[in-house]
Design a protein around this ligand. Structure first.
Ligand SMILES: Nc1ncnc2c1ncn2[C@@H]1O[C@H](COP(=O)(O)OP(=O)(O)OP(=O)(O)O)[C@@H](O)[C@H]1O
Length: 271
């Protein structure tokens, strides 16, 4: 899909964003405009700065250089109301494990300004669809990883946000649930919701994203649909394009040395 043809109105604009942690420059001059109804696959190597970008947009990190505009408002201006229109699935979450799923979901719904009764009604319907309604009144501490992930996904959507930030949202989900969630994301985007999807699972990113943005060492090194990236780079999977754009071609050598060291081979096991 051509980005310009499909573009709705801008929902999120990042201009010249830079961020340092002490002497460590983590983001360098990021420029990105995201439009209504887009699913952006936000990818990059470990430590590239993806979570940092998302945390800045969520208002969790506020000392940065550059300008971020969400729903037409500069988020540094101090008006926090934009947060009510945002949903977030973090990579790792401190769910309040002593709460039951119901208590947690109603609590999160209320944080977003929902009435408890409405949050409870919606949450119960959604846990039924995810087939975890049998544990709605059970403490989250006893849940499996996938069950916790389902609670997180529901909690990010309860208040019907217009902009969603998802960090490895499929983590721990079984194959059937993955199909359901991928379809939910496609339908939300078709309804005009904007989705910022961060993941290391390249074949999923390749399939669900309208547009792929690749961050490497704090800089944007690619921005386009999968078809566009393929034209600009080698023909192949997104995984191969990722390898190429991040200059990585040593997986065999690293694996050979790794297994040699595991076997106690002092001669060959040296990087
Ligand atoms: N609070 C912090 N204090 C200091 N350095 C930080 C902090 N948070 C992140 N960093 C550093 O910023 C860099 C980018 O981290 P970030 O978590 O944004 O990467 P990422 O692209 O999300 O990585 P991953 O794919 O592994 O989740 C890393 O070098 C990390 O060590």
């Amino acid at each position: 899909m051509n980005i310009i043809e499909s573009a709705g109105k801008p929902i999120l604009e990042i201009k010249n964003l830079s961020k340092d942690f002490g002497n460590n420059r983590v983001l360098t001059g990021i420029d990105l405009t995201v439009y209504e109804g887009e699913i952006i696959g936000y990818i990059g190597p470990n430590g590239a700065g993806k979570s940092t970008t998302v945390k800045i947009m969520l208002g969790l990190i506020d000392d940065y250089n550059g300008q971020i505009t969400i729903f037409g408002e500069n988020i540094a201006a101090g008006d926090q109301t934009y947060k009510k229109r945002i949903g977030y699935v973090p990579e790792t979450a401190d769910l309040y494990e002593n709460l039951t799923a119901q208590e947690y979901l109603v609590f999160i719904g209320e944080l977003y300004g929902m009435e408890a009764e409405e949050a409870d009604w919606k949450a119960l319907k959604l846990v039924r669809l995810f087939e975890i309604d049998n544990v709605y009144h059970t403490r989250i501490a006893s849940f499996s990883k996938g069950m916790k992930q389902k609670v997180l996904i529901i909690s990010s959507l309860l208040h019907n946000p217009d902009l969603l930030f998802l960090d490895e949202p499929l983590s721990g989900l079984d194959a059937n649930s993955v199909m359901v969630v991928k379809e939910i994301l496609a339908q939300l985007a078709a309804q005009g919701k904007t989705i910022f999807y961060s993941s290391h699972i390249m074949d999923v990113v390749e399939k669900i994203s309208h547009r792929i943005v690749l961050l490497s060492e704090g800089k944007l090194v690619a921005d386009g649909s999968f078809e566009e990236l393929k034209q600009q780079n080698i023909e192949g999977s997104l995984e191969e394009i990722f390898n190429q754009l991040t200059g990585f071609d040593r997986h065999k050598q690293i694996a050979e040395e790794f297994t040699a060291i595991v076997q106690g081979d002092r001669k060959n096991g040296q990087l």
